[in-house]
Write a protein that binds this ligand. Structure first.
Ligand SMILES: [Fe+2]
Length: 340
Protein backbone atom coordinates (compact mmCIF):
# COMPACT_ATOMS: atom_id res chain seq x y z
CA UNK A 1 0.00 0.00 0.00
CA UNK A 2 1.21 3.48 -0.77
CA UNK A 3 1.48 5.35 2.49
CA UNK A 4 3.85 8.07 1.33
CA UNK A 5 1.82 11.04 0.19
CA UNK A 6 4.66 13.09 -1.38
CA UNK A 7 4.21 13.35 -5.15
CA UNK A 8 6.87 11.18 -6.77
CA UNK A 9 8.44 12.53 -9.92
CA UNK A 10 10.86 10.75 -12.21
CA UNK A 11 13.25 13.28 -13.76
CA UNK A 12 15.07 11.95 -16.81
CA UNK A 13 17.73 14.39 -17.99
CA UNK A 14 21.32 13.79 -19.07
CA UNK A 15 22.45 17.42 -18.98
CA UNK A 16 23.99 17.85 -15.53
CA UNK A 17 23.26 21.55 -15.14
CA UNK A 18 19.59 21.24 -16.08
CA UNK A 19 19.26 18.07 -13.99
CA UNK A 20 20.58 19.71 -10.83
CA UNK A 21 18.56 22.88 -11.28
CA UNK A 22 15.30 21.00 -11.86
CA UNK A 23 15.98 18.51 -9.08
CA UNK A 24 16.70 21.29 -6.59
CA UNK A 25 13.60 23.17 -7.61
CA UNK A 26 11.39 20.06 -7.33
CA UNK A 27 12.71 19.19 -3.90
CA UNK A 28 12.25 22.76 -2.73
CA UNK A 29 8.58 22.50 -3.75
CA UNK A 30 8.16 19.36 -1.63
CA UNK A 31 8.13 16.86 -4.50
CA UNK A 32 9.99 13.59 -4.13
CA UNK A 33 12.42 13.44 -7.06
CA UNK A 34 13.88 10.27 -8.63
CA UNK A 35 16.68 11.07 -11.05
CA UNK A 36 17.85 9.19 -14.13
CA UNK A 37 20.52 10.23 -16.64
CA UNK A 38 19.81 7.48 -19.16
CA UNK A 39 16.87 5.63 -20.66
CA UNK A 40 17.99 2.35 -19.06
CA UNK A 41 18.14 3.93 -15.61
CA UNK A 42 14.71 5.50 -16.13
CA UNK A 43 13.16 2.14 -17.06
CA UNK A 44 14.65 0.54 -13.95
CA UNK A 45 13.10 3.22 -11.70
CA UNK A 46 9.80 3.00 -13.54
CA UNK A 47 9.59 -0.72 -12.77
CA UNK A 48 10.23 -0.36 -9.06
CA UNK A 49 8.65 2.91 -7.90
CA UNK A 50 5.02 4.00 -7.81
CA UNK A 51 5.52 7.25 -9.71
CA UNK A 52 3.04 10.10 -10.10
CA UNK A 53 4.62 11.91 -13.05
CA UNK A 54 7.49 11.58 -15.51
CA UNK A 55 9.50 14.61 -16.62
CA UNK A 56 11.68 13.46 -19.48
CA UNK A 57 14.20 14.99 -21.85
CA UNK A 58 13.65 13.78 -25.40
CA UNK A 59 17.36 13.43 -26.23
CA UNK A 60 19.10 10.82 -24.08
CA UNK A 61 22.53 9.21 -24.50
CA UNK A 62 21.10 5.71 -25.00
CA UNK A 63 17.86 6.50 -26.75
CA UNK A 64 14.94 8.83 -27.08
CA UNK A 65 12.49 10.08 -24.46
CA UNK A 66 9.73 8.81 -26.72
CA UNK A 67 11.03 5.27 -26.15
CA UNK A 68 10.38 5.76 -22.44
CA UNK A 69 6.89 7.08 -23.16
CA UNK A 70 6.21 3.99 -25.25
CA UNK A 71 7.28 1.76 -22.35
CA UNK A 72 5.10 3.69 -19.86
CA UNK A 73 2.08 3.25 -22.13
CA UNK A 74 2.93 -0.41 -22.87
CA UNK A 75 2.97 -1.12 -19.12
CA UNK A 76 -0.50 0.52 -19.08
CA UNK A 77 0.70 2.93 -16.42
CA UNK A 78 -1.54 5.93 -16.00
CA UNK A 79 1.32 8.34 -15.35
CA UNK A 80 1.35 11.83 -16.87
CA UNK A 81 4.36 12.27 -19.15
CA UNK A 82 5.87 15.71 -19.64
CA UNK A 83 8.45 15.91 -22.42
CA UNK A 84 11.40 18.29 -22.13
CA UNK A 85 12.81 19.44 -25.43
CA UNK A 86 15.67 21.75 -26.33
CA UNK A 87 14.23 22.25 -29.74
CA UNK A 88 11.52 24.68 -30.72
CA UNK A 89 10.84 22.44 -33.69
CA UNK A 90 7.09 22.20 -33.85
CA UNK A 91 7.15 18.77 -35.49
CA UNK A 92 9.07 17.27 -32.55
CA UNK A 93 6.57 18.63 -30.05
CA UNK A 94 3.66 17.54 -32.23
CA UNK A 95 5.10 14.03 -32.50
CA UNK A 96 5.53 13.82 -28.73
CA UNK A 97 1.93 14.86 -28.11
CA UNK A 98 0.64 12.52 -30.81
CA UNK A 99 2.46 9.64 -29.16
CA UNK A 100 0.70 10.35 -25.88
CA UNK A 101 2.86 12.89 -24.03
CA UNK A 102 0.56 14.99 -21.86
CA UNK A 103 2.56 18.20 -21.97
CA UNK A 104 5.95 19.62 -22.89
CA UNK A 105 8.54 22.11 -21.66
CA UNK A 106 10.94 23.83 -24.05
CA UNK A 107 14.46 24.46 -22.79
CA UNK A 108 15.47 26.84 -21.41
CA UNK A 109 12.38 27.08 -19.25
CA UNK A 110 11.56 29.14 -16.22
CA UNK A 111 11.87 26.96 -13.14
CA UNK A 112 9.15 29.00 -11.45
CA UNK A 113 6.67 27.51 -13.93
CA UNK A 114 7.51 23.92 -12.99
CA UNK A 115 4.99 23.48 -10.13
CA UNK A 116 2.17 24.83 -12.31
CA UNK A 117 3.02 22.44 -15.15
CA UNK A 118 3.24 19.52 -12.74
CA UNK A 119 0.04 20.35 -10.93
CA UNK A 120 -2.04 20.86 -14.05
CA UNK A 121 -0.95 17.44 -15.32
CA UNK A 122 -1.62 15.73 -12.02
CA UNK A 123 -5.11 17.24 -11.92
CA UNK A 124 -5.77 16.36 -15.56
CA UNK A 125 -4.69 12.77 -14.92
CA UNK A 126 -6.92 12.56 -11.87
CA UNK A 127 -9.92 13.61 -13.95
CA UNK A 128 -8.91 11.33 -16.80
CA UNK A 129 -8.00 8.47 -14.47
CA UNK A 130 -11.33 8.66 -12.67
CA UNK A 131 -13.25 6.44 -15.02
CA UNK A 132 -16.27 7.00 -12.84
CA UNK A 133 -19.33 4.95 -13.24
CA UNK A 134 -19.66 3.27 -16.63
CA UNK A 135 -22.46 4.94 -18.54
CA UNK A 136 -24.21 1.80 -19.70
CA UNK A 137 -23.72 -0.62 -16.84
CA UNK A 138 -26.24 -3.16 -18.12
CA UNK A 139 -24.53 -3.38 -21.52
CA UNK A 140 -21.16 -3.63 -19.84
CA UNK A 141 -22.34 -6.44 -17.57
CA UNK A 142 -23.79 -8.38 -20.47
CA UNK A 143 -20.49 -8.01 -22.31
CA UNK A 144 -18.59 -9.27 -19.29
CA UNK A 145 -20.95 -12.21 -18.88
CA UNK A 146 -20.40 -13.10 -22.52
CA UNK A 147 -16.61 -12.94 -22.10
CA UNK A 148 -16.74 -15.12 -18.98
CA UNK A 149 -19.06 -17.61 -20.69
CA UNK A 150 -16.64 -17.84 -23.61
CA UNK A 151 -13.77 -18.63 -21.27
CA UNK A 152 -15.82 -21.11 -19.25
CA UNK A 153 -16.73 -22.97 -22.41
CA UNK A 154 -13.04 -23.43 -23.03
CA UNK A 155 -11.78 -24.02 -19.52
CA UNK A 156 -14.19 -25.52 -17.00
CA UNK A 157 -11.82 -24.90 -14.06
CA UNK A 158 -12.03 -21.12 -14.57
CA UNK A 159 -15.79 -20.85 -14.07
CA UNK A 160 -16.11 -21.08 -10.32
CA UNK A 161 -12.54 -19.92 -9.89
CA UNK A 162 -13.08 -16.35 -11.19
CA UNK A 163 -16.18 -15.92 -9.03
CA UNK A 164 -14.39 -17.12 -5.89
CA UNK A 165 -11.40 -14.91 -6.67
CA UNK A 166 -13.82 -11.98 -7.03
CA UNK A 167 -15.42 -12.71 -3.63
CA UNK A 168 -12.06 -12.85 -1.89
CA UNK A 169 -10.88 -9.73 -3.68
CA UNK A 170 -14.03 -8.02 -2.46
CA UNK A 171 -13.22 -9.04 1.13
CA UNK A 172 -9.87 -7.28 0.85
CA UNK A 173 -11.45 -4.32 -0.97
CA UNK A 174 -14.02 -3.88 1.79
CA UNK A 175 -11.31 -4.02 4.46
CA UNK A 176 -9.38 -1.33 2.58
CA UNK A 177 -12.57 0.76 2.49
CA UNK A 178 -12.46 1.18 -1.27
CA UNK A 179 -15.16 3.30 -2.87
CA UNK A 180 -18.05 1.64 -4.73
CA UNK A 181 -16.49 2.38 -8.10
CA UNK A 182 -13.13 1.02 -6.99
CA UNK A 183 -14.78 -2.15 -5.67
CA UNK A 184 -16.53 -2.55 -9.00
CA UNK A 185 -13.24 -2.22 -10.89
CA UNK A 186 -11.58 -4.72 -8.54
CA UNK A 187 -14.40 -7.22 -9.00
CA UNK A 188 -14.40 -6.92 -12.76
CA UNK A 189 -10.62 -7.39 -12.79
CA UNK A 190 -11.02 -10.53 -10.67
CA UNK A 191 -13.78 -11.94 -12.88
CA UNK A 192 -11.81 -11.27 -16.04
CA UNK A 193 -8.24 -11.79 -14.85
CA UNK A 194 -7.68 -14.98 -16.85
CA UNK A 195 -9.69 -13.98 -19.91
CA UNK A 196 -6.46 -14.11 -21.95
CA UNK A 197 -6.57 -17.91 -21.62
CA UNK A 198 -9.15 -17.79 -24.40
CA UNK A 199 -6.19 -17.45 -26.71
CA UNK A 200 -4.32 -20.41 -25.23
CA UNK A 201 -4.26 -23.76 -27.07
CA UNK A 202 -6.37 -26.45 -25.32
CA UNK A 203 -3.44 -28.85 -25.09
CA UNK A 204 -1.58 -26.33 -22.90
CA UNK A 205 -4.63 -25.20 -20.93
CA UNK A 206 -5.64 -28.74 -20.02
CA UNK A 207 -2.22 -30.30 -19.66
CA UNK A 208 -1.88 -32.17 -16.38
CA UNK A 209 1.87 -32.76 -16.49
CA UNK A 210 4.40 -29.94 -16.27
CA UNK A 211 4.75 -27.62 -19.25
CA UNK A 212 7.62 -27.64 -21.74
CA UNK A 213 9.59 -24.39 -22.07
CA UNK A 214 7.73 -23.21 -25.18
CA UNK A 215 4.35 -24.14 -23.69
CA UNK A 216 5.20 -22.26 -20.52
CA UNK A 217 6.14 -19.23 -22.60
CA UNK A 218 2.74 -19.36 -24.33
CA UNK A 219 0.90 -19.79 -21.02
CA UNK A 220 2.69 -16.73 -19.66
CA UNK A 221 1.26 -14.58 -22.43
CA UNK A 222 -2.28 -14.71 -21.03
CA UNK A 223 -2.05 -11.49 -18.95
CA UNK A 224 -1.00 -9.46 -22.01
CA UNK A 225 -3.56 -11.15 -24.28
CA UNK A 226 -6.28 -10.60 -21.65
CA UNK A 227 -5.42 -6.94 -21.14
CA UNK A 228 -5.60 -6.38 -24.89
CA UNK A 229 -9.03 -8.03 -25.16
CA UNK A 230 -10.42 -6.01 -22.27
CA UNK A 231 -8.61 -2.83 -23.38
CA UNK A 232 -10.89 -2.71 -26.44
CA UNK A 233 -13.73 -1.64 -24.14
CA UNK A 234 -13.35 2.02 -23.13
CA UNK A 235 -14.94 1.58 -19.71
CA UNK A 236 -12.49 -1.20 -18.86
CA UNK A 237 -9.19 0.67 -19.35
CA UNK A 238 -8.45 0.48 -15.60
CA UNK A 239 -9.28 -3.23 -15.56
CA UNK A 240 -6.97 -3.82 -18.51
CA UNK A 241 -3.91 -2.57 -16.59
CA UNK A 242 -4.73 -4.78 -13.59
CA UNK A 243 -5.10 -7.86 -15.78
CA UNK A 244 -1.74 -7.19 -17.43
CA UNK A 245 0.00 -7.12 -14.07
CA UNK A 246 -1.74 -9.90 -12.09
CA UNK A 247 1.29 -12.21 -12.37
CA UNK A 248 3.91 -9.67 -11.34
CA UNK A 249 5.75 -10.59 -8.15
CA UNK A 250 6.46 -8.16 -5.31
CA UNK A 251 10.22 -8.82 -5.65
CA UNK A 252 10.21 -7.96 -9.36
CA UNK A 253 10.70 -11.48 -10.74
CA UNK A 254 7.18 -11.88 -12.13
CA UNK A 255 5.81 -11.28 -15.62
CA UNK A 256 5.15 -9.74 -18.09
CA UNK A 257 7.07 -6.57 -17.13
CA UNK A 258 9.01 -7.43 -13.97
CA UNK A 259 7.45 -4.57 -11.98
CA UNK A 260 8.13 -4.65 -8.25
CA UNK A 261 6.68 -3.33 -4.98
CA UNK A 262 4.28 -0.46 -5.29
CA UNK A 263 5.03 0.00 -8.97
CA UNK A 264 2.60 -2.93 -9.37
CA UNK A 265 -0.97 -1.56 -9.36
CA UNK A 266 -2.63 -2.07 -5.95
CA UNK A 267 -5.51 -4.13 -7.38
CA UNK A 268 -3.08 -6.41 -9.24
CA UNK A 269 -1.24 -7.00 -5.95
CA UNK A 270 -4.55 -7.97 -4.32
CA UNK A 271 -5.43 -10.30 -7.21
CA UNK A 272 -2.06 -12.06 -7.05
CA UNK A 273 -2.80 -13.05 -3.43
CA UNK A 274 -6.43 -14.11 -3.75
CA UNK A 275 -5.80 -15.88 -7.08
CA UNK A 276 -2.96 -17.93 -5.55
CA UNK A 277 -5.05 -18.74 -2.47
CA UNK A 278 -7.96 -19.90 -4.59
CA UNK A 279 -5.71 -22.09 -6.74
CA UNK A 280 -4.14 -23.75 -3.70
CA UNK A 281 -7.46 -24.67 -2.07
CA UNK A 282 -9.06 -25.78 -5.36
CA UNK A 283 -9.25 -29.30 -6.60
CA UNK A 284 -7.27 -29.78 -9.80
CA UNK A 285 -6.97 -32.95 -11.83
CA UNK A 286 -3.26 -33.18 -11.07
CA UNK A 287 -3.22 -32.49 -7.34
CA UNK A 288 -5.29 -32.59 -4.20
CA UNK A 289 -6.73 -29.38 -2.76
CA UNK A 290 -5.08 -28.03 0.36
CA UNK A 291 -6.85 -26.80 3.48
CA UNK A 292 -7.38 -23.10 4.16
CA UNK A 293 -4.72 -23.22 6.87
CA UNK A 294 -2.18 -24.84 4.58
CA UNK A 295 -2.93 -22.28 1.87
CA UNK A 296 -2.60 -19.34 4.28
CA UNK A 297 0.74 -20.71 5.53
CA UNK A 298 1.92 -20.91 1.95
CA UNK A 299 0.91 -17.28 1.34
CA UNK A 300 2.70 -16.24 4.53
CA UNK A 301 5.85 -18.01 3.38
CA UNK A 302 5.81 -16.07 0.13
CA UNK A 303 4.92 -12.65 1.58
CA UNK A 304 7.56 -10.10 0.60
CA UNK A 305 8.86 -12.19 -2.32
CA UNK A 306 5.83 -13.16 -4.37
CA UNK A 307 3.20 -11.10 -2.56
CA UNK A 308 2.79 -7.66 -1.02
CA UNK A 309 3.48 -8.39 2.67
CA UNK A 310 0.98 -5.86 4.09
CA UNK A 311 -1.85 -7.06 1.88
CA UNK A 312 -0.99 -10.71 2.59
CA UNK A 313 -1.14 -10.05 6.34
CA UNK A 314 -4.50 -8.33 5.87
CA UNK A 315 -5.93 -11.21 3.82
CA UNK A 316 -4.70 -13.82 6.32
CA UNK A 317 -6.21 -11.85 9.19
CA UNK A 318 -9.55 -11.64 7.39
CA UNK A 319 -9.68 -15.36 6.62
CA UNK A 320 -8.65 -16.36 10.14
CA UNK A 321 -11.30 -14.15 11.69
CA UNK A 322 -14.31 -16.36 12.42
CA UNK A 323 -16.66 -13.38 12.01
CA UNK A 324 -15.65 -12.62 8.44
CA UNK A 325 -18.41 -13.25 5.93
CA UNK A 326 -16.51 -15.30 3.36
CA UNK A 327 -19.17 -14.90 0.72
CA UNK A 328 -19.86 -11.19 0.38
CA UNK A 329 -22.30 -10.32 -2.35
CA UNK A 330 -20.60 -8.96 -5.42
CA UNK A 331 -21.56 -5.61 -6.79
CA UNK A 332 -21.94 -7.20 -10.19
CA UNK A 333 -24.58 -9.59 -8.77
CA UNK A 334 -26.75 -6.74 -7.53
CA UNK A 335 -26.22 -4.89 -10.82
CA UNK A 336 -27.34 -8.01 -12.70
CA UNK A 337 -30.46 -8.01 -10.58
CA UNK A 338 -31.09 -4.36 -11.49
CA UNK A 339 -30.23 -4.73 -15.16
CA UNK A 340 -33.23 -4.44 -17.49
FE1 LIG B 1 -3.60 -15.75 -14.48
Amino acid sequence: MNTNTAVKILLVEDDKVTFRAVQRSLEKQGFSCYGARTLAEAVRILKHEALDLVLCDLMLPDGNGMDLLEIVRMFLMDIPFVAITASEKKSLIRDALRMGANDFLTKPFNLDNLPTVIERNLIREKIHGDYGRPRKVSVLIKTIQALIAALEAKDSYTSGHSMRVARHARLVGNALRLSDDELFTLELSALLHDIGKIGMPDRILNKTSSLEDMEYKTAKEHPVVGSKIVGKIDELQGVSAIIRHHHERFDGTGYPDGLSGQAIPLFARILAIVDAFESIVSKRTYRKPKTTDEALNELEKNAGTQFDPELTALFIKLLRNKNTNLKPQLKIESEMGNAP
